[in-house]
Ligand binder design. Structure first.
Ligand code: ZN
Length: 293
C-alpha cells in the first residue's frame, strides 16, 4: 500500500514537471545559406517558428557564405547545441566544419534533414550515412541501394540507376509504416499532404534506418510506381537523425502534417521521446490541412 502511494505521488510529480515549460530549452541550430530552393530564407524562418512554438527549443541560425564565398569562415560550434536542422543544399563545407559535425552527431547530437538537405554532400561518407538515402548531385548505385517496399517489408535494391528524382508536384497521401515509433505514435494511419515534390529513387548507404512513412509515387505523375520513403529515423553513432523529404514550397511547409512531424522529429532526435500531443488540425487521410499565412 505504501509503495503504491509513493508511486502515485511520483507519477503526479512527473506530470507536474512535464506539464510545465522546460527550465532549459533544447538548443537548436538551423544551418542554411545555399540552396537551389531560393525560398530558403523564408523556409528557415518557418522552421524556426515551428520549433519555437513548441516551447521546447531555443533556435539560432548559422548561414554559410554564398556560392564561391569564403567557406572556411563557416564553422559553427555544433557542440554547443542539442540538435542541428539542415536547410542547406550547397557547396561542401570546410574539412574542419565537416569533422566537427561528424563528431557532434556521432557523439549523440540530434540532426534533422529537411527536403533538399538530402541533396547536399554526395561525396561526404558520414553525411550520407546520417541521411541514409539522398538524391541528385551525381548519386548513382555507387552511393548505395534504393529502399523498396516488397511484400510489406523494406528491402535494399541494388539495381543500377540514378539517385533522386521527382514527378510533377501534387497533393499526395502519406502512409505511416511504423506506428510504434515515438515520432509517429498516435498519428492517423495516413494524411493528405499539401502540394509538394514527392522525392523518389533516393539512394545511399541506408544503414540503421527505420522508414516511418512512405508515399506512393504514381506513374501518372511521372513517378516510379513505388512506395517511396518520406519520413525516416536513423542512428549514427550515438546520434539520432530525423529525415523528412517533404517541404519543397511554402505551401508544402504549411501543411499541418509537415509541421507536426517536423516538431516531433526534432524532439525525438534530442531526447529519444516525444511529449507533444497530436494537434487537432493534423490532416486526415483524404483532405489537406494547411496553416493559414
Ligand atoms: Zn524541392
Amino acid at each position: 500500500m505504501r509503495s503504491q502511494a509513493t508511486a502515485t505521488f511520483l507519477s503526479l510529480a512527473f506530470i507536474a514537471v512535464c506539464g510545465a515549460a522546460p527550465e532549459t530549452k533544447h538548443a537548436a541550430l538551423i544551418v542554411d545559406g545555399q540552396n537551389n530552393h531560393r525560398i530558403w530564407p523564408e523556409t528557415t524562418q518557418l522552421i524556426k517558428g515551428y520549433l519555437e512554438e513548441t516551447g521546447l527549443f531555443s533556435v539560432e541560425v548559422a548561414t554559410t557564405p554564398p556560392k564561391d564565398g569564403p567557406m572556411d569562415t563557416f564553422r559553427p560550434t555544433f557542440s554547443e547545441y542539442d540538435l542541428v536542422v539542415s536547410n542547406y543544399n550547397g557547396e561542401p563545407w570546410s574539412p574542419a566544419a565537416m569533422e566537427d559535425f561528424e563528431a557532434f552527431v556521432a557523439g549523440g547530437g540530434g540532426f534533422v534533414s529537411v527536403h533538399a538537405a538530402n541533396n547536399a554532400f554526395p561525396d561526404w561518407t558520414a553525411y550520407n550515412e546520417m541521411i541514409a538515402v539522398g538524391g541528385w548531385r551525381g548519386r548513382t548505385e555507387r552511393h548505395g541501394p534504393y529502399i523498396r517496399l516488397r511484400d510489406g517489408n523494406f528491402i535494399l535494391d541494388d539495381t543500377p540507376g540514378k539517385g533522386g528524382s521527382h514527378g510533377t508536384r501534387h497533393e499526395f497521401r502519406v502512409d505511416i509504416r511504423d506506428s510504434d515509433h515515438p515520432i509517429t505514435r498516435g498519428l492517423p494511419e495516413s494524411w493528405m499532404h499539401a502540394t509538394d515534390e514527392l522525392y523518389d529513387r533516393l539512394r545511399g548507404p541506408a544503414k540503421n534506418v527505420q522508414v516511418l512513412a512512405t508515399a506512393f509515387s504514381t506513374v501518372e505523375t511521372n513517378g516510379t510506381g513505388e512506395h517511396e520513403p518520406i519520413l525516416m529515423a536513423i542512428r549514427y553513432g550515438e546520434g539520432r537523425i530525423f529525415h523528412t523529404t517533404l517541404g519543397h514550397a511554402i505551401v508544402s511547409q504549411r501543411c499541418n502534417g509537415f509541421i507536426a512531424t517536423l516538431q516531433r522529429g526534432a524532439e525525438w532526435v534530442v531526447t529519444g521521446a516525444v511529449t507533444q500531443p497530436v494537434p487537432p488540425e493534423f490532416p486526415p487521410p483524404d483532405q489537406i490541412s494547411v496553416r493559414p499565412e
